[in-house]
Design a binder for this molecule. Structure first.
Ligand code: DON
Length: 563
């Protein structure tokens, strides 16, 4: 995360051991949200109740990504083995058009899809959390929302990096955001208590009437605000919003069953394609974790799977998605044959194995940038598991706070291709399947994932990081499944990333000289940068049932806790 990374240095020495518990575990980027989740579990709530409580709580205590004005995905696997992938991704407003971010010469207008009133999709978070609560929770809305209302009313105490995050320049551009988050320039400092009375009132109204946001008085307020400021979201867009309960993508890797995100996320298809390609190697024999030899093979798998992402993926309700083809093991085997020993394949030279996929459109190179989203993982005493990733897209989303309601709106419209062949803010190039259309959901990388062994939950995984989300989940999974790292070591280990274009391998600080030099001598173009992502993950010991929480030490205000 560019804005949150402290320095381009390895992580400071941190305990290598996860937090352990016998019954239940909650891991989130914010200690207050984690405590809210644990308290709901102790009141008799299940993992979904805890997820709803955490989801609303993070909207208060982690405003740059936690949200009610954005969207996301919640993957649920209950203790009987049933799975649900709740898609509460934003939708393009009815007034959206394919070239709404282009000028008269058909060039992309800078910042129009990332900042301000026109960058927001119709928010899905409230619908998603309410749907989860109604269908799968055990407590009441009021109980699950009580912690978030308390945090907004009474405030929470800011750590130094959290106070720092509130200085964000996008917030300063919008008067209500500048007033609430920046006290009009009298910035909050470490140790200050940050109260959000307008947001408290909004949450209280939602708790009393969960339909208010989409169909009630609140919907009218949001629509009036949008109309007054040139935004596109109308009352009928809000009324038409619906959560989709989709079938997850399923993969298999060395005896593990991977349950992961389907379109409109690219995450699961790309992850499963990566793992299918890698399943033909014995990575542990190739070299130690994060050795040049391993990073080479994994990167080549990343590159190939991201090429398919760029060319094919989008909202499944608008364009049929090549699910069977991308997860076909023979297709992966054909890709594997094109991977060279100790030598990268330049992305421009990749030739997709014939006979599996239709021909792709032409593509161009891109630059990478990263911002903010948040993931949390929960397992309860009954064995129900939840992996939830949700987002405003950019840090603090569009920067716009809805007057009188105190919540930030997303800039998720940038996840569409504003123009084909032109990279979005994550440097991702996308095809016609991800063009803008009214009512369509933008393609995501978010990859909430649950991994099983012998029918039992082994890991709950996920992270923010834009384009790096999928490779981060792959990095963490391969380190625990193939290398035997514990979940804490795996989330803290330095990450590497390739997304096909740009043709570079991004490395976090912390790789050994041997790995860096080994990759350079193979011919890799390396970009060693800052840290990214925030993987808040859980491991379950398959023999004892003991839970381990891996709280990402890239941030210092998160928490893993259980009982
Ligand atoms: O859905 C997506 O893939 C992006 N909107 C996620 C953005 C993100 O992860 C930014 N955070 N680091």
């Amino acid at each position: 995360l560019v804005t949150l990374a402290l320095a381009a240095a390895p992580l400071a020495a941190q305990p290598d051991e996860p937090v352990r518990a016998q019954h239940a575990m909650v891991v989130t980027i914010h200690h207050d949200a984690t405590d809210a989740g644990v308290s709901i579990l102790k009141q008799g709530g299940n993992a979904v109740d805890a997820a709803v409580a955490v989801g609303f709580a993070l909207a208060v205590v982690h405003p740059q990504a936690g949200n009610i004005g954005g969207g996301g995905f919640m993957l649920i696997r209950d203790h009987t083995g049933k799975t649900h992938f709740l898609d509460y991704r934003e939708k393009a407003p009815a007034a959206a058009t394919a070239d709404m971010y282009l000028d008269a010469e058909k060039n992309v207008i800078p910042n129009l899809s990332t900042v301000g009133y026109k960058s927001s999709g119709v928010p899905g978070t409230v619908a998603g959390l309410v749907y989860a609560q109604r269908h799968f929770g055990k407590l009441t809305h009021q109980q699950d929302m009580a912690p978030s209302i308390a945090f907004a009313t009474n405030g929470y105490v800011l750590t130094a990096p959290e106070a720092d995050n509130l200085h964000h320049k996008t917030l300063a551009q919008f008067p209500t955001s500048a007033r609430i988050f920046q006290r009009d320039g009298d910035f909050y400092k470490e140790g200050d208590t940050f109260r959000q009375p307008e947001l408290a009132a909004t949450l209280t109204r939602i708790a009393a009437n969960p339909d208010d946001f989409y169909k009630g008085e609140m919907a009218k307020q949001i629509a009036a605000f949008e109309q007054a400021n040139g935004g596109l979201i109308t009352a009928s867009d809000l009324a038409a919003y619906e959560v989709k309960d989709r079938a997850p993508i399923i993969g298999n890797y060395r005896g593990y069953k991977i349950i992961t995100a389907p379109p409109p996320s690219s995450g699961g298809l790309v992850l499963v394609e990566i793992l299918n390609i890698l399943s033909g190697y014995h990575l542990r024999k190739v070299g130690p974790d994060r050795s040049a030899a391993q990073v080479h093979l994994i990167t080549e798998a990343f590159r190939r799977a991201y090429m398919d992402r760029a060319d094919y993926l989008g909202d499944p309700d608008f364009t049929p998605q090549p699910i069977a083809q991308m997860t076909n093991r023979r297709y992966a085997a054909a890709w594997r044959k094109t991977i060279r020993r100790n030598k990268p394949t330049p992305s421009a030279d990749l030739v997709r194995p014939a006979g599996f996929m239709p021909p792709p459109p032409t593509l161009q190179p891109a630059a990478h940038e990263s911002t903010q989203t948040t993931h949390f993982s929960i397992v309860d005493a009954e064995g129900n598991a939840v992996a939830n990733t949700y987002t405003l897209n950019n840090t603090f989303g569009s920067g716009v706070t809805v007057d009188g309601l105190g919540f930030l709106l997303n800039d998720e419209m940038d996840d569409f291709a504003s123009k084909q062949g032109v990279p979005n803010m994550f440097g991702l190039i996308q095809g016609p399947a991800n063009s803008i259309a009214p009512g369509k959901r933008p393609l995501s990388c978010m990859t909430p994932t649950i991994v099983l062994r012998d029918g039992k939950v082994a890991w709950v995984l996920g992270t923010p990081g834009g384009a790096t989300i999928i490779t981060t989940v792959a990095n963490v999974f391969l380190s625990v499944a193939d290398q035997g790292l514990n979940i804490q070591q795996a989330v803290d280990a330095p990450r590497f990333h390739n997304q096909y274009l740009p043709d570079a391998v991004m490395l976090e600080p912390g790789f050994s000289d041997a790995t860096v030099n080994g990759l350079r001598s193979m011919g890799y173009n390396l970009r060693i940068g800052r840290h990214w992502g925030d993987a808040e993950c859980i491991a379950v010991d398959l023999h004892t049932g003991e839970l381990s929480g891996g709280q990402d030490h890239r941030h210092n205000y998160g928490k893993a806790a259980g009982y």
